[in-house]
Design a protein around this ligand. Structure first.
Ligand code: MF3
Ligand code: CO
Length: 266
């Protein structure tokens, strides 16, 4: 979501973090599994020659076929089901007639609603063959998400997640985007708290069982700065360096590691 997003402050009274019951978490889990299953099917169609609009159609078809509602279409006027962000596009790329070519990378961000509850997830994948350097960007971004999730345990503070992501990404020579952040999720796509991918450890609210978060590092090869194109959505790196994005919806458990709701169950 956007940094310092104020709109939802009117929707969630007093900027509270809404804890979820186990029944509510199961609904978020259902929505999240539909995201994961849809990702798998879209992924199989990512190849040179395919347009991002074709991937969007497939995403829409999958989510509806699984009995859910696409979460992004119509959200603040976003026109599509999928966010398809190619190469230097960071997030919120709008599917179009753009044809994917060998060596591209593409972020596939998807949300679904089941019985009024949201699931949100993103993966970045290669189109055909990519260089080892680009492969490293993707692997580091995914690993940074895992390191963030590893900190998502009762008793830790929110910024322990942020710090784990940032310190790993920077240790690998990349930068984390500041202008967009992760978020709480539940009856709204974007709830409190914001989950930045940077910061000092030990800050912010304490993590409690029943919190559900969408953690979503965006990692650039070059500088951290991004700008939004004239379409009002597509965020690109200012220096046009490559960028990757992964996102999981997770729940904080009473004990032990977080449950990764968007991880595909077999
Ligand atoms: N995962 C992204 C986010 O949380 C996707 C939102 S796309 C939008 O910001 F269209 F719904 F905004
Ligand atoms: Co999100």
């Amino acid at each position: 979501m956007f940094r310092n997003d104020c709109s939802q402050r009117y929707l969630v009274p007093e900027r509270m973090i809404v804890l979820k019951t186990s029944e509510e978490i199961e609904l978020i889990a259902s929505a999240s599994q539909i995201v994961a299953k849809s990702h798998r099917r879209i992924l199989a169609e990512v190849k040179p020659g395919v347009t991002t609009l074709e991937l969007d159609r497939l995403a829409d078809e999958c989510i509806r076929e699984y009995g859910a509602i696409p979460a992004f279409k119509g959200y603040r006027g976003y026109p599509k089901t999928l966010c398809a962000s190619v190469n230097e596009e960071v997030v919120h790329g709008i599917p179009s007639g753009r044809v994917l070519k060998n060596g591209d990378i593409i972020g596939l961000d998807l949300g679904a609603i089941v019985d009024g509850f949201y699931g949100d997830g993103a993966i970045t994948v290669s189109v055909g063959e990519i260089s080892p350097e680009i492969k490293k960007l993707i692997m580091v971004t995914e690993e940074s998400l895992q390191r963030g999730i590893a900190q998502a345990i009762v008793g830790n503070r929110l910024s322990d997640i942020s710090h784990a992501v940032q310190s790993y990404v920077e240790s690998q020579g990349y930068s984390v985007v500041r202008d967009f952040v992760g978020h709480g999720i539940g009856r709204q796509l974007h709830e409190e708290p914001q989950v930045p991918n940077y910061g000092r450890p030990g800050q912010g609210p304490r993590l409690k069982a029943g919190m559900v978060l969408a953690i979503e590092p965006m990692v650039n090869v070059g500088g951290a700065s991004v700008k939004v194109l004239d379409d009002g959505w597509t965020a690109v790196t200012r220096d046009r360096s490559l960028s990757a994005h992964f996102e999981h919806t997770i729940s904080i458990q009473p004990e032990g590691p977080a449950r990764i709701l968007t991880a595909l169950k077999h």
